[in-house]
Design a protein around this ligand. Structure first.
Ligand code: NDP
Length: 387
């Protein structure tokens, strides 16, 4: 019997890598829902190729184009927020949550509420909703598989062990394309320079997050929720080769690490086949060719994002959701050429300082209100700076 899969964010980088694995094991999978935001033509092409049951564009303005592209097929077309949530509710064996940003929170929560298996790439959703998402996972008996490469590595290193025995979890960071730049050069970094990641081929938002190191900050918060060992047992280390994807040190002095090529199809394959393994079309690691693995402490002077993320975790309450929302606004503004690279973290820091210190609401709508308020604050800060 084929297993069924839905992919939220099918037209993105994670979506493409997931569908590549599905394509290579076509008989093993039935595709339920595929979703996008606006890429109607690409979504329709994928839906036809994979004979999906339903294709949904979140931005309803693109529904006519999707309908037209699917004309003559039996694939159901949908558009808008409600259709996206309904697509996420389809009773499939595995839902891949790969929408970028907090826009993925509501559909990811809808998938979690089905009580099946959700593979989570959409880190911003967990950063924003934190305990609200994990409570839904527990309440519904959902299996949450970490798809982010670092968290998937930690998940693998923890298998068969108890969290109480963990001495330290180390998230590795490539350091991004600006790792060796001085502060003046970083301040002048262009969009093209910021998205030119040395090791990974990813969507634009996460590429900028990697350049600022906010990606590692978001991952620190993600790890805090997924692997509850406490913030004092989580650390970040820069490892430019991106060969070790993360490590877990145990109290007996053993450190387990997961190594692999810098190809998201490795952690995605781990989620698709879990708890077994499957073939992935990646070159095996050539350790002798790589030669040396190096490690450095993060430099939080030049890259303050990890300090901001740790501060938000320590503050708790709404702070991680505010950090994420402000970062999304600032990264979008940077990509649109409206602010400089270093202003991204400045805007996040100022938004955090202006936000109230309330506890995180305990429901999804409350979290989304916090997200919306933080976005308004971040926009207001940008407008004041430009005035
Ligand atoms: P992309 O930008 O490549 O793709 C994003 C996907 O989300 C697209 O399908 C896009 O549709 C859809 N989307 C965008 N905005 C919305 C919206 N408002 N509502 C509904 N759907 C939307 O992102 P990535 O694939 O790079 O990243 C996806 C997630 O996975 C992110 O959270 C990222 O942090 C995480 N991740 C990514 C990794 C990578 O290697 N790329 C590695 C680890 C984690 P459309 O095409 O129409 O815009």
């Amino acid at each position: 019997m084929p297993r069924s899969i839905s992919i939220l964010g099918a037209t993105g980088s994670i979506g493409a890598s997931t569908l590549d694995l599905v394509r290579r094991n076509r008989d093993a999978w039935h595709v339920g829902a595929l979703t996008a935001n606006a890429s109607a033509a690409e979504l329709a092409r994928l839906a036809r190729e994979f004979e999906a049951d339903v294709a949904v564009v979140a931005d309803e303005r693109h529904l006519p184009a999707l309908r037209e592209a699917l004309a003559g097929s039996s694939i159901e077309a949908g558009g808008g927020a409600q259709a996206l949530t309904e697509a996420a509710c389809r009773p499939v064996d595995l839902t891949v949550a790969a929408i970028v940003g907090c826009a993925g929170l509501r559909p990811t929560m809808a998938a979690i509420r089905q009580g099946r298996t959700v593979a989570l790439a959409n880190k911003e959703a967990l950063v924003s909703a934190g305990e609200v998402m994990l409570a839904a996972v527990r309440r519904n008996g959902t299996t949450l598989l970490p798809m982010d490469s670092e968290h998937n590595a930690i998940f693998q290193c923890l298998a068969g062990n108890a969290l109480e025995d963990v001495a330290m979890i180390t998230l590795t960071a490539s350091g991004g394309p600006l790792r060796e730049w001085d502060a003046q050069a970083i301040a002048r970094a262009t969009v093209a320079e910021a998205v030119a990641h040395p090791n990974w081929d990813m969507g634009a938002k996460i590429s900028v997050d990697s350049a600022t190191m906010m990606n590692k900050g978001l991952e620190l918060i993600e790890a805090y929720h997924l692997f509850p060992v406490g913030l004092e047992r989580l650390r970040i280390i820069v490892h430019p080769q991106s060969v070790i994807h993360s490590m877990v040190e145990y109290r007996d002095g053993s450190t387990l690490a997961q190594l692999g090529p810098s190809d998201m199809r490795v952690p995605i394959a781990s989620c698709l086949a879990w708890p077994r393994r499957m073939d992935a079309p990646c070159e095996p690691l050539d350790l002798a060719g790589i030669g040396a693995l190096t490690f450095f402490q993060p430099d939080e002077q030049r890259f303050p994002a990890t300090r901001l993320a740790r501060g938000a975790l320590e503050e708790g309450g709404c702070a991680p959701a505010v950090l994420n929302a402000a970062n999304e606004v600032a990264v979008a503004a940077f990509l649109a050429g409206q602010i400089t690279f270093t202003q991204i973290c400045d805007i996040v820091e100022e938004t955090l300082s202006r936000s109230d210190r309330s506890p995180l609401p305990c429901d999804l709508d409350g979290v989304l209100l916090v997200d919306a308020a933080a976005r308004r604050t971040a926009h207001a800060i940008m407008e004041q700076r430009q005035a």
